[in-house]
Design a protein. Structure first.
Length: 580
């Protein structure tokens, strides 16, 4: 628990219908109050709304290493504004450090564990509201899913992103290091240069700097209404980040007093706004999975095909990593996410009447923040809707007889990608990575990786190692890769993930054999194999489903509970999670 600030004068009392009164009010709760007093809380605290601060601080990733300080700023603001702050911890997994290892199977599971643990603490301790903090990728959706489940007045607080490093006179990020591994394999980069880049790519605390998964979901937290506008872009170690934390703590007291709950502002329109932002900035494919999961938790009917519909009408207007060169701090310096939202709203591509946690509509919030217009900025990485980078947004959902329930690709370069040719199938990520690193990849290849889905992995590993190795060898746009697993937000190129149904539940990807002719067409939104339905069915009947990789422990438990990637890969039994 954070160090307690000096106690404030007694409050007038809190409403009788707040959950915390069950543990703070009445003679029979004297033992409960005694426990609180042991932790330094006094009468003023006990008569104030109890606001939990869910803090995933940890020394296992730079994304979260500084979150105790962020949490302390929110704690102090809650206390000074008349709330009773209670900080508690939860887990995180470092996606970048676990990437390319068996440990990456824990990543998506951590989203569920975070949601479960925050829900349990809020429920068990009878909290009145929440500030949920996120750093590494799965923190953000996990925290917002917890807020949705509890339906407590809640504010989301991002820990901020890392600044880019500098190598050889240019800015570099962790994406460059991953791609450097592939470049070393082909002799395009020396081991000595990679070592030098490694030492400078990550200069301090914060989440990965590009528009990868963490920054995508943080940007979405503003757009969907969980966080105030402008709160996601200040860097992790900037003074503005701690001011955002204080404002979030103050807002948390307000939303409890006003009883402004997630169910009051989350609507189908909120999710459509979030998707519009995602496709406009070239956000992570993981946001497809997480938005589907959040909608399932909220009981909002969001279909994966709707990403296509919104991407078709929403152009890509931001050129950020991984497709471009700029990072989140560059966006922050010109006004942050509100700049993009203003442009989308002006073009009629946002639902301006969608509500937010502040009690305003998104249109009112944009007007209050008054971000600069893109045409008035000297920012070559931001384009107007009338002069976009691409006419369509960055996300596509492909279907066909290989992915009847959908597969996901992010367009980072040429947007008329088409390939038809024989496939090379791998049963796991490690075998595919070995093949790539041994230098077997050639232009025009199609690589398929299966048994990496939510159930089959289990945990739906991200494969930044493989995709970066391919990109580092110069094949980002001319080698196609598809999988029932996931890709990192830092992935770029011809990479298709989330193939559903997955191999482990008998999806068509399980029937593929080396040499089968696969067609991938981005314009026609197609992922198919040159086999008839009867041939596919016959192969699947002859193929036994793989045995689970884990039969005990947390991976076995969540592997049995995951639903389809087409519905967000949720484990909550009350949420939409079709496995077929």
């Amino acid at each position: 628990m954070s160090q307690q600030p000096e106690q404030q004068s007694p409050a007038e009392g809190k409403p009788d219908d707040l959950p915390s009164t069950e543990v703070t009010e009445g003679v029979e709760r004297a033992p409960h109050r005694a426990m609180f007093r042991a932790m330094g809380y006094d009468d003023a605290d006990l008569s104030s709304p109890m606001i939990g601060i869910a803090n995933p601080a940890a020394d296992i990733t730079p994304c979260n290493v500084h979150l105790d300080d962020v949490a302390q700023s929110a704690y102090d603001a809650i206390d000074e504004t008349g709330g009773m702050p209670i900080e508690f911890g939860t887990i995180t997994i470092s996606d970048a450090i676990s990437m390319g290892t068996e440990g990456m199977k824990a990543s998506l599971i951590s989203r569920e564990v975070i949601a479960d643990s925050v829900e349990l603490v809020a429920f068990g301790e009878r909290m009145d509201g929440l500030v949920t903090i996120g750093g590494c990728d799965k923190n953000m959706p996990g925290m917002m899913m917890a807020a949705i489940r509890t339906d407590l007045p809640s504010v989301f607080l991002y820990g901020g992103s890392i600044m880019p490093g500098e190598h050889d006179g240019r800015e570099v990020t962790i994406q460059n290091v991953f791609e450097g591994v592939g470049a070393v394999a082909t002799g395009e980069m020396s081991e000595e240069e990679l070592d030098e880049m490694e030492r400078h790519a990550c200069p301090g605390a914060g989440s990965c700097g590009g528009m990868f998964t963490a920054n995508t979901m943080a940007s979405i937290s503003e757009t969907i209404g969980f966080a105030p506008l402008g709160s996601s872009s200040p860097p992790a170690e900037d003074d503005d980040r701690y001011e955002v934390a204080r404002e979030s703590g103050e807002l948390a007291v307000e939303v409890v007093e006003e009883q402004r709950k997630p169910s009051d502002f989350l609507t189908k329109e909120s999710f459509e706004n979030a998707i519009a932002l995602q496709v406009a900035v070239g956000g992570s494919t993981n946001a497809v999975l997480h938005l589907l999961a959040m909608a399932a938790e909220a009981g909002i009917d969001l279909d994966i095909e709707e990403f296509n519909e919104i991407s078709a009408r929403t152009p890509k207007i931001a050129d950020l990593q991984p497709g471009g060169e700029r990072v989140m701090n560059d966006l922050h310096e010109v006004g942050g996410v509100p700049v993009v939202l203003r442009e989308l709203l002006s073009a009629g591509l946002l639902h301006g009447d969608a509500l937010t946690v502040t009690g305003e509509t998104i249109a009112e919030a944009i007007e209050r923040v008054d971000p600069p217009a893109i045409e008035d900025l000297e920012a070559d990485f931001l384009h107007t809707v009338d002069d976009p980078i691409h006419e369509r947004g960055a996300i596509r959902i492909l279907t066909g007889n290989l992915a009847p329930d959908g597969a996901v690709i992010k367009i980072t370069g040429e947007d008329h990608l088409h390939h038809e040719g024989p496939v090379r199938i791998f049963e796991n990520e490690e075998n595919a990575m070995e093949y790539v690193q041994e230098g077997h990849v050639e232009s025009g290849d199609v690589i398929g990786i299966r048994n990496e889905g939510p159930c089959g992995g289990p945990g739906m590993r991200e494969m930044l190692g493989v995709t970066s190795a391919v990109a580092g060898q110069g094949h980002a746009e001319d080698v196609a890769l598809f999988t029932d697993g996931r890709f990192s937000g830092a992935t770029r190129g011809f990479s298709i993930g989330h193939v559903a149904p997955e191999a482990a539940v008998g999806g068509p990807i399980a029937a593929l054999e080396d040499g089968d002719t696969v067609t991938i067409d981005i314009d026609d939104l197609e992922l198919s194999v040159d086999l008839s339905d009867e041939e596919l069915e016959a192969r699947l009947e002859d193929k036994a489903l793989p045995e689970p990789s884990y039969t005990t422990g947390v991976l076995a438990k969540y592997g049995q509970q995951f639903g389809s990637a087409a519905n967000g890969a949720v484990t909550n039994p009350g949420a939409k999670q079709d496995r077929d």
